[in-house]
Design a protein around this ligand. Structure first.
Ligand code: NAP
Length: 287
């Protein structure tokens, strides 16, 4: 009898990662396309990151997603970086190719695909406000800047991060007015067409809503990168005030599809992956 070959291993590297929806999404895709592969969680403590990344290929890993807090920290371990990952300054996808580690970033493109294809929102010429200047915000703001908005304002609790990101955007994108806001009020949400929450504020029940309801209006799309809970306090409030809303499940889907295609070279099965994500969300809410 022929010996069954061992599966190709993929996974998500982060700390913590137990909450990740990526395993159900990718394992559903592997199974639908009859690819002998398995997607796992790699929860690696910060003090073990060097060892993990250095002994990588020995574990037969063919590809990884990278999440909080390692999207920037993995870069020195990689042999190549895609243009997108270099421009964003963060990596969310690693492909192992003949022992070489190649870094990509699919977060920005995933976000923009959801915005364009599903939400029919064209950011060209628009006024945009973003809360957060971390890894996800870097990806989202770079991709939004590629679409030539009129104005893009960013606020983060950490002034140095806001300043670094706004400086980076100014250097790379001309003809866009970038604002380094030092408070939520300075974001001028009331004058914006798109508000993005790119902070983890809203994931916990006890988190407060970062934006005052008086700033929300019915010509605004409020996009929260958080997808669990499905509706954060920000989204609930914005819906009540008549704004359009979206959580980040669509972004998760598209960034995952792009990673899948980088690893396998095959078209990702969108419907299968989407159903897997929705099933996981339902499962979380029943617990
Ligand atoms: P991150 O690198 O930690 O960045 C978050 C930033 O928000 C940090 O600079 C943080 O500052 C700042 N922040 C925290 N609380 C704040 C507040 N009250 N006001 C203003 N700024 C605040 O995290 P990330 O990787 O960018 O992820 C951000 C969120 O996006 C997370 O919820 C993540 O799950 C989500 N995400 C979703 C997707 C998707 O596919 N839907 C993809 C990527 C990320 P400090 O560091 O000083 O706290």
């Amino acid at each position: 009898m022929a010996k069954k070959s061992s599966p190709r291993i993929y996974g998500v590297l982060g700390y913590p990662v137990k909450h990740s929806f990526s395993p159900v999404m990718h394992n559903a895709a592997f199974s639908a396309l009859k690819i002998n592969a398995e997607y796992r969680l790699f929860e690696v403590k910060p003090e073990e990151l060097d060892d993990f990344l250095n002994s990588f290929s020995k574990e037969n890993i063919c590809g990884l997603n990278v999440t909080i807090p390692y999207k920037e920290k993995v870069i020195p371990f990689l042999d190549t970086l895609s243009d997108e990952a270099r421009l964003i300054g963060a990596v969310n996808t690693i492909r192992v190719s003949q022992d070489r580690l190649e870094g990509f970033n699919t977060d920005g493109e995933g976000f923009l695909k959801h915005l364009h294809k599903d939400l029919m929102f064209n950011a060209q010429g628009k006024v945009i406000a973003i809360i957060g200047a971390g890894g996800a915000s870097r990806a989202v703001s770079v991709y939004l800047s590629k679409t030539k908005p009129k104005k893009l304002a960013i606020y983060d609790i950490d002034k140095a991060k806001t300043s670094a990101l706004v400086g980076h955007l100014k250097e790379n994108f001309k003809d866009i007015e970038f604002i380094q806001a030092s408070s939520i009020e300075e974001l001028k949400v009331q004058e914006s067409n798109l508000l993005v929450n790119a902070t983890p504020m809203g994931m916990k029940e006890t988190d407060t809503c970062l934006v005052d309801g008086d700033f929300i209006h019915n010509n605004l799309l409020v996009y929260d990168l958080i997808y669990n809970p499905q509706e954060t306090k920000l989204l609930k409030m914005a819906k009540e005030k008549g704004a359009r809303i979206s959580n980040g499940l669509g972004m998760l889907l598209y960034q995952g599809m792009l990673s899948f295609e980088i690893w396998t070279g095959k078209n990702a099965p969108q419907e299968i992956m989407w159903r897997a994500l929705q099933g996981e969300l339902k499962r979380c809410h029943m617990q």
